[in-house]
Design a protein around this ligand. Structure first.
Ligand SMILES: CO[C@H]1CCN(Cc2c(C)cc(C)c3[nH]ccc23)[C@H](CO)C1
Length: 288
């Protein structure tokens, strides 16, 4: 077994990798078509979770590499996009890009970790997450994980942005749940490409978590290059992945003050568990 998920070294002199040992970068180099870069997270020895929109439907595993540490590049043996992901699926409804189910699993050729700089994040609804939450057997179930990690009220979380070739910066955001969920979701239609969309439900589905904006404090925004990275909740000394960075209303990267309607949308992992369970079945994660 992989040992302890979601454990990181937080002491002062810890390196960025020791603080975020699950963080990976996924690169797709399409022959003759340039390259694409996304972020991702290590969930087990063989699997990385990222966003489906980082790939094209005809991308091949040999075109993909996973950078675990600056000089450690790993080959990929498999690519699994969520079966319900279809970027062009709602064009007929005026939605040029539809990000529902925007998640993908990348399988590594060789297993990874664990080491002080390579370790998986805790995936909710697994035995490892129950241990990390220190739950007694009678409370070791998926509903309890969701109640603890994703309560229906504004939630402190963070994502990680690569800041230069070998530095990772944590960006603390608040996921707007409960009564702040509606106003956060509503700003989705402020995205210029969604100007002609008639119903909010055509763009924002139950799979999304919403962050960003300026209330109760200014949240940093995810850049396009942050796509696929994990949205992380901390419980004690352990870290849990609750979302995958999918899309944002405005590409405000680097701009100092984003407008209040600059929101970011993340795929809620509790909403794609059947797919995760099926694909990660042989990874000994002990799904509940
Ligand atoms: C259909 O277009 C709308 C949705 C996609 N947005 C692009 C985008 C993606 C793809 C991913 C992440 C992480 C982003 N963070 C900020 C913008 C942004 C554009 C705006 O640029 C608006």
């Amino acid at each position: 077994v992989l040992g302890l998920c979601g454990l990181s070294h937080e002491f002062g002199s810890a390196s960025d990798r020791e603080r975020n040992p699950w963080h990976v970068t996924v690169t797709v180099i399409r022959p003759g078509q340039g390259q694409e870069r996304c972020q991702g997270s290590l969930l087990s020895r063989y699997f990385v979770l990222t966003a489906a929109h980082c790939f094209h439907v005809d991308d091949q595993a040999p075109w993909i590499t996973v950078d675990v540490e600056p000089k450690v590049q790993r080959k990929v043996s498999g690519l699994f996009l969520h079966p319900q992901y279809e970027l062009g699926g709602r064009r007929h409804r005026g939605v040029p890009e539809f990000y529902d189910y925007d998640v993908a699993l990348v399988q590594l050729e060789e297993p990874l970790g664990p080491s002080p700089t390579v370790r998986p994040l805790c995936l909710p609804c697994t035995e490892g997450a129950s241990r990390a939450l220190r739950l007694p057997p009678e409370r070791s179930n998926c509903a309890e994980h969701r109640r603890l990690l994703l309560p229906e009220k504004t939630l402190d979380a963070f994502f990680v942005s690569p800041h230069g070739p070998s530095t990772l910066q944590r960006r603390h955001v608040r996921v707007k749940l409960g009564d702040q969920r509606g106003p956060c979701n509503a700003d989705a239609l402020r995205a210029p490409p969604y100007a002609n969309v008639s119903a909010l439900d055509d763009v924002v589905t139950p799979r999304f978590l919403c962050s960003g904006g300026t209330e109760p404090r200014v949240d940093p925004n995810a850049c396009r290059g942050d796509s696929g990275g994990p949205l992380i909740v901390t419980w004690g000394q352990r870290h849990f992945q609750v979302g995958v960075i999918s899309w944002g209303v405005l590409d405000v990267c680097g701009r100092p003050r984003a407008p209040p309607h600059a929101r970011d949308f993340h795929i809620n992992l509790f909403e794609v568990l059947p797919w995760l369970r099926a694909r990660l079945r042989d990874e000994e994660l002990g799904f509940l």
